[in-house]
Design a protein around this ligand. Structure first.
Ligand code: HEM
Length: 206
């Protein structure tokens, strides 16, 4: 048809798989690096604290990367980027599960009574636990089967929980640092930018 836009060429399956592989590698790299540092005794004077902290910070970073994918896909006009959201989100969840397990297992020796006391007495643990509990339904319903079962609109509404989880994670971080509050404030600023883009995009479309 004259005047019709030429159809965009779909990337080959090989290229698709290659990009997928690279995303997996990028998400796994911090864990492999951390394991290597643990193996070579390079985790510093307090290896357990370093392990817990690094897993937590990578969990938070990946949550933010997941939130950045939609704006990036739109700005760069690369809609196919959106399919990496699930992979990045599940990696974020995995880092946070490991973060929780290294705290409960390695630091508390699975003393669940102590964990419960911490949840009640230490506000940063209360917030972290809140964020973790809210992440569980998102991880469980991340498959296509759940999108179909719940209907896209309900599924999407459930996944808006991420807009609560990330600030809870940032507040958890802010409360636990004693001296330099700049790192959690930087994460808060990144979250604010990503949310502002979403609000601006919504207003523009209405
Ligand atoms: C979405 C959930 C969570 C996120 C995003 C998160 C993130 C973080 C971050 C960014 C840090 C600080 C890292 C640094 O100092 O470089 C941290 C530390 C920590 N988090 Fe979490 N966390 C979460 C959930 C939890 C949960 C459920 C627990 C335990 C019940 C927990 C326990 C801790 C502990 C004990 C520390 C280290 C505190 C210290 O060294 O003084 N976190 N977390």
């Amino acid at each position: 048809m004259i005047g019709a836009k030429p159809a965009r060429k779909r990337p080959s399956k090989l290229l698709d798989n290659l990009v997928y592989g690279l995303v997996w590698l990028a998400c796994l790299a911090p864990l492999v690096w951390l394991a290597w540092r643990g193996f070579t005794g390079d985790l510093g004077a307090n290896p357990i604290e370093t392990l817990i902290r690094q897993l937590g910070v990578w969990g938070l970073r990946l949550l933010l990367v997941g939130l950045a994918i939609t704006p990036l896909a739109r700005i760069l006009r690369m809609p196919r980027l959106v399919r990496f959201r699930r992979t990045v989100g599940l990696f974020a969840f995995s880092y946070i599960v490991l973060h929780l397990f290294s705290y409960v297992g390695v630091d508390l020796f699975f003393d669940l009574g102590q964990l419960w006391k911490d949840i009640l007495k230490r506000p940063f643990i209360t917030l972290g636990m809140g964020a973790f509990l809210l992440l569980i339904p998102l991880a469980v319903t991340s498959t296509n089967g759940w999108v179909i079962r719940m209907g896209r609109a309900t599924w999407q509404r459930l996944h808006w929980l991420i807009y609560l989880i990330v600030p809870l994670g940032v507040a958890h971080y802010y409360l636990l640092v004693k001296a330099d509050h700049r790192p959690p404030l930087i994460y808060a600023a990144v979250f604010a930018v990503l949310m502002s883009w979403r609000i601006w995009d919504r207003v523009k479309r209405t």
